[in-house]
Design a protein around this ligand. Sequence first.
Ligand code: C5P
Length: 301
Amino acid sequence: MGYNQAVSLKIGVQIVEIIEKAPAKINLGLDVVGKRADGYHELEMVMTSVDLADHLTFTPLPQPQIQLESNLAFLPTDRKNHVYQAAELLMKKAGITTGVHIYIDKHIPVAAGLAGGSSDCAAALRGLNRLWQLGYSNEELAALGAEIGSDVPYCLYGNTAFVTGRGETVTPLPAFGPCWIILVKPRMGVSTGSVFKELNLATIPHPPVRDLERAVIAQDYAAILAAMGNSLEAVTIPRHPIIQKIKDRMMRYGADAALMSGSGPTVFALCKQHSRAQRVYNGLKGFCDEVHLVPALMTRD
Ligand code: C5P
């Protein structure tokens, strides 16, 4: 399935089940430009989707109730889950008087810097928009999603994009790839809020994200590698030195680049050649429990 492709099962005109794919993202670049009056940070990011995804299945319920279920026992199934918040927001806005059962089949590591929760939330907005035949545009869903989490608007567009503001301004870019991506998630989770809190704006590095944007538009792989960077490494790496060890190991095994995604702790490596990617994957497999080798997700629909 491509980025936004979904499956609907209909009996007559009645939709009885919808399945949505919710892919993970990585940040090829992330610069924290400043602090805003609302307490959030002004960001400039280049994001791209990878072919590691959760799947959400939506089944209508006759009673006005939101039921969440997941293959992961520790995932919250109440209002703490952004999927629940998405369903509640749409029900309220559209005056829905029935309910929904949502099953989240989780594969994206949690609290990892891969926007798994935000992508699930975006998939819920997309899926319920179709299930309840609400007719909201992607832009309207993105505006609703921004109320729930900063990465949700990007996740509604997916693919490769230049993202600014606190995450609400999304400008689509040409697809990044073809390329292989190795994702390595160390054991701990990282809270995004705590990383931004600890950030010292006077000392953080500022990767050349505008150059990165130009390199993605020009589809110049060498220039993309040269311009990659993430301001948030300055906080998360000193806290969790294993992140630097993973980066070093990836480069030793032949990665074209290695960088922390979002606020971490997941580190990703890029490899143009599959044989190199396989070597990096094998070299990291015994080092951390969660290691994935996936292609960049290049489809735009
Ligand atoms: O929007 P979201 O709930 O995903 O963000 C988590 C936390 O990260 C926020 O509470 C905020 O402290 C911080 N954040 C920020 N600037 C952003 C995005 C997130 O300071 N642009």
